[in-house]
Ligand binder design. Structure first.
Ligand code: HDE
Length: 703
């Protein structure tokens, strides 16, 4: 065997300014010389051979003496840290938060004091249920966690893309998470709520009803992180220098507007690109198209809280924006990708208890429980109380205290004193004036395991959410219930769920019952408190009503073949560029095509790797011969028929007709734009601002 030839044969051969390295299989590698650093062990000892372990003779046993080999495998064996119990699948980026105006009348939090002040941030988005390697677009809540490195310490706003939660008391969190994740005997399903245990638990927990309406809506299948809202969920307090408190709900509003995919698209996306969301964020930042959100505050006082028909401490309730407007107070810009995924995205440790002077908690029982759980989980995950010293977690404000030692301590007390007070005049002391002070509040009452009265209203806001949706969105919610409950094998659980839906909306319950093929409608579940049926609609709750009216930040997939009309293609590119839209060419071969004017252009995707689900809109621009070829290719037909079924805007040239016919798209009508002149390219982009031609969806019924 050549690879086992004499060790000398495998040592580098120097040649001019490169060296030729022969690998273990006899293959050769060229390695740049000059500044190339020398490989070392963790102890800094230079390594002479990283291709072969030390052994006795070419066919003999490996020697224990090979410290480089042992260290390399030892380190590799310990590469993994426990993944997060929830929110394991995540993606993060750096950026800044910029304050629009001083909020000193409301809060003394340093980051809100000065107009134009920029505070560095790290944001991690995530799914909840799936394991670390699960796909990006399951039906799931998205985490939206922000670490603000303020001048007075780190503030972590650990939110979601949905403003309410499944449960009201942190004591139920382990049960809820167990039920949502893989079933313990079989270890599946992965990243799915569509299974018996999940629906069993939630149908036995009426407090989940409001959240269930949200998760069955398109909020849980966002187009990408860039197009979703974020919410702090709980009511917090902002406290000013006079220690006056204002109650607050935090919001993030995406600059590019809201957008979701459709369910059939999500199913296909997870196969076509399991990294769809992280790739989107990474690419946008790499291109300099920095994603942006505005921070919004809903500010209110105790008087409002007392009059509000629900409890502001109940995390299963919202305060409609129409009742308390969202005041935009700053912007969040993500402008830097991580340098190392593990060091930053994996090791970042968000803790809800990280708040800064000027912000305070409330008694929301979910928040109180979270304040214990996050610190605890970081110790398990990162293995040492010194996780705060990792660069991603370390405050950018000075850290001065006498906490010492522990695993991996690399910020250590200097000098003799490691306690305070001390007689040596060494080290930091507390400051009444600058330090974090909990706002004094009266608390009294018996110790009880009980919830506040208004927490028992489980259906009224679920109903309000449903009735605030457009007809298209209501259909999606109904379809999602039918899809998920159809995966539930136990008929009694399906019935129980429909019995709850009757308290939300009779029509919805009936449609879901029909979709499930129920023979008889179950009795409505007895509500713990009467359902308030007359709550006004809240248009802010609809995605479609809050669409972007721009196609910026979106992506068009252009299906091309040899002979594509060069003029139309460049008109389309220009119109897209003017809008801030990306264009990708999808061709029979990734090497590209030759256009009508003889220019050779590369493609970004081969047609079977670039299905139309990856794009927000498509253009089908083959030549006549090209269309005939594509009409024989199944994935080219899927490209067209999926774009059609998913109600996308489609630009086309007449030559595409045979492909459309083979794809079953017989009559290009609404939502189609025929490209004949450059002006048509602009009309196409303008049409795309609507994002989808929803009228088509009802006709196609791709649920
Ligand atoms: Fe979390 N949650 N959570 N959660 N959560 C975690 O902390 C927990 C809740 C949220 O990108 C864990 O570091 C309890 C609500 C996000 O690293 C853990 C309760 C909201 C992230 C934990 C909740 C969230 C987490 C797992 C009920 C929205 C990911 C790993 C009382 C407002 C942060 C970790 C990241 C992560 C506990 C409920 C958001 C186990 C006990 C409500 C975005 O500590």
């Amino acid at each position: 065997m050549t690879s086992n030839s004499r060790q000398d044969d495998l040592s580098p051969t120097r040649m001019a300014d490169t060296e030729i390295l022969r690998g273990p299989g006899g293959e050769t590698h060229q390695v740049a010389q000059g500044d190339t650093p020398v490989l070392t062990t963790q102890q800094g000892i230079p390594v002479s051979d990283d291709q072969n372990s030390l052994r006795v003779g070419p066919r003999g046993p490996t020697l224990l003496e090979d410290f480089h080999f042992r260290e390399k495998l030892f380190h590799f064996d310990h590469e993994r840290i426990p993944e997060r119990v929830v929110h394991a699948r995540g993606f993060g980026a750096h950026g800044f938060f910029e304050t629009y105006e001083s909020l000193s009348d409301i809060t003394r939090a340093d980051l809100f004091q000065r107009k134009g002040e920029r505070t560095p941030v790290f944001v991690r988005f995530s799914t909840v249920a799936g394991n670390k390697g699960s796909p990006d677009v399951p039906r799931d809540v998205r985490g939206f966690a922000t670490k603000f490195y303020t001048k007075e310490g780190n503030w972590d706003l650990v939110g979601n893309n949905i403003p309410v939660f499944f449960i009201q008391d942190a004591i139920k969190f382990p049960d809820f998470v167990h039920a949502a994740k893989q079933e313990p005997d079989r270890g599946f399903p992965q990243a799915q709520t569509a299974h018996d245990n999940f629906w069993d638990f939630v149908s036995l927990s009426p407090e989940s009803m409001h959240m269930l309406l949200w998760i069955m809506s398109d909020r849980t299948i966002p187009r990408s992180f860039r197009f979703m809202e974020g919410f702090g969920v709980h009511t917090f307090q902002l406290v000013n220098a006079e220690r006056k408190s204002t109650l607050v709900k935090f919001h993030w509003k995406p600059k590019l507007g809201l957008q979701s995919v459709v369910w059939n698209e999500a199913l296909k996306l997870n196969g076509a690109d399991p990294d769809y969301h992280r790739r989107d964020l990474w690419t946008a930042i790499e291109k300099g198209d920095y994603p942006e959100w505005e921070m919004g505050l809903q500010l209110f006082d105790e008087d409002f809280a007392n009059k509000f028909p629900f409890d502001v401490l109940d995390p299963t309730k919202i305060i409609p924006e129409e009742m308390v407007p969202v005041r935009r107070v700053g912007r969040l810009v993500l402008d830097r990708n991580v340098e190392n995924f593990f060091a930053e995205t994996e090791q970042v440790a968000f803790c809800t208890q990280n708040i800064v002077p000027g912000i305070d908690f409330t008694n929301d029982p979910l928040l109180q429980g979270r304040n214990f759980s996050y610190l605890d989980t970081q110790l398990k995950r990162l293995g040492s109380p010194n996780f705060t010293q990792l660069p991603i977690n370390a405050p950018k404000a000075p850290v001065e205290n006498f906490q010492q030692d522990g695993h991996m301590a690399f910020r250590n007390v200097k000098g003799r004193a490691n306690y305070e007070p001390n007689s040596w005049g060494l080290g930091p002391r507390e400051s009444q004036e600058r330090g974090f002070r909990t706002r004094p509040q009266e608390e009294s009452g018996q110790k009880l395991r009980i919830r506040a009265e208004l927490f028992a209203d489980h259906y009224s806001q679920a109903r309000q959410f449903y009735l605030s949706q457009t007809p298209i969105e209501r259909t999606h919610i109904k379809n999602a219930f039918v899809f998920e409950l159809s995966k539930v094998e136990t008929a009694a659980i399906r019935l129980r769920m429909v019995s709850h839906l009757r308290n939300v909306d009779e029509d919805l319950a009936q449609q879901v019952a029909d979709g499930l093929g129920l023979e008889q409608m179950p009795e409505a579940a007895p509500p713990a408190r009467p359902v308030v049926t007359g709550l006004p609609e809240s248009p802010a709750l609809s995605i479609i009503r809050n669409g972007p009216k721009t196609f910026a930040g979106r992506k068009i997939g252009v299906l091309v073949t040899d002979g594509v009309d060069a003029g139309l293609l460049s008109a389309l590119r220009e119109a897209a560029q003017a809008e801030g839209t990306m264009v990708e060419l999808v061709a029979p071969k990734v090497g590209g095509v030759t256009t009508s004017d003889g220019t050779r252009i590369p493609a970004q995707q081969k047609v079977n790797g670039g299905p139309s689900v990856l794009y927000d809109a498509v253009a089908v621009l083959p030549s006549q011969e090209g269309a005939a070829l594509l009409a024989r290719e199944a994935t080219a037909k899927d490209f067209v028929s999926d774009a059609y079924a998913h109600a996308k805007f489609i630009a086309y040239v007449d030559a595409a007709t045979p492909l459309f016919e083979k794809a079953g798209v017989t009559e290009p009508n609404g939502g189609f734009v025929r490209l004949q002149s450059p002006r048509d390219a602009r009309s196409f982009i303008e049409a795309c601002r609507e994002l989808r031609f929803w009228e088509r969806e009802a006709a196609v019924q791709a649920v």
